[in-house]
Write a protein that binds this ligand. Structure first.
Ligand SMILES: [Zn+2]
Length: 300
């Protein structure tokens, strides 16, 4: 199937009015990230809650960047570039990284970079989720960087120039993150790590225990309403894979058209690993609201 064609919205800058909040959060991300390195965090007992608050404000920025690389928010290429560079600086995972590892591999069914071990992926477990997410952090940063270097500087070919640019972009973002870490390692090191850890955890939740060979059996879906409100309908993951260019507001209707063909065990009502996918407060509230509803079979 191909991506659904959507009629452009009448906005002058935004391609879709529902993306206003995404753009606002992306604009604020870099100033928030700079707080510990510039004005600093309070000391003593106030440090842990202050550090958590800053991280919490940034926890979903890699998810926003994922949305943006699939479907740019604005009509202005320069604005799009500025927004994705800001989000790249916050996450250490540049837009070029997303395009190489996610758009060109994961969405084409190639998970050979950082793919799960059989024991991790057989069924959803907390240990499997932790192992997959933790060991995936360096892999998700380095494999696209190495790939871009080889394709850009060694292999040649018609896309060599693009990969050289992608390598420079990724290396620059990593250098920026390393510089920030040097200023306040006690905050920035766990901050970057946890942003990427939860990115990988989301990937685990979306594909654990799946059977890529089964018709529409390659992704897990959650219909949890609060999760989908907070994560922009990302729980409709089969629809996201089949229509990667579709705006997130259309995913529920696209899912509804597919639901009868998706294996029932690939549809659940809550996130199934039990980890606290950010935003934490929303996840906890969601768990409380969905208590008593049927959960996906085989949940850990
Ligand atoms: Zn995607």
């Amino acid at each position: 199937m191909t991506a659904a064609i959507r009629r452009p919205s009448p906005g002058l800058l935004l391609r879709h009015p529902a993306d206003r909040a995404c753009v606002a959060r992306a604009v604020l991300a870099l100033p928030i990230l700079a707080i510990p390195a510039t004005i600093g965090l309070p000391g003593g007992w106030w440090w842990p809650p202050a550090a958590f608050a800053v991280w919490f404000a940034l926890a979903d920025m890699n998810f926003l960047l994922h949305q943006h690389v699939h479907r740019a928010w604005t009509r202005a290429p320069a604005v799009n570039r500025a927004l994705e560079l800001a989000l790249s600086a916050v996450t250490a995972m540049s837009a070029a990284n997303w395009r190489i590892g996610h758009l060109r591999r994961h969405h084409r069914g190639d998970d050979s970079w950082g793919g799960g071990f059989a024991w991790e992926m057989r069924r959803a477990t907390r240990w499997g989720a932790f192992s997959y997410a933790a060991r995936g952090v360096p892999i998700v940063l380095l494999r696209p960087l190495i790939f871009a270097f080889v394709r850009g500087f060694r292999s040649g070919g018609p896309d060599a120039a693009w990969h050289r640019g992608a390598f420079v972009e990724q290396a620059g973002v990593l250098a920026f993150a390393a510089g920030l870490i040097a200023t306040a390692p006690e905050f920035y090191l766990p901050c970057y790590f946890l942003v990427l850890f939860f990115t990988r955890l989301t990937d685990y939740e979306n594909h654990v225990a799946c059977d890529p060979a089964a018709p529409l059996g390659f992704a897990n879906n959650t219909l949890d309403p609060l999760y989908n409100r907070v994560r922009q309908n990302f729980g409709h993951h089969t629809a996201h894979h089949l229509y990667p260019g579709a705006h997130w507001t259309r995913l529920p209707e696209l899912h509804a058209g597919l639901a009868a063909s998706i294996p029932p065990e690939r549809i659940g009502h809550a996130r199934w690993t039990g980890f606290k996918t950010p935003p934490l407060a929303a996840r906890l509230l969601s768990a409380a609201l969905t208590r008593g509803r049927p959960r996906r079979a085989g949940c850990a």
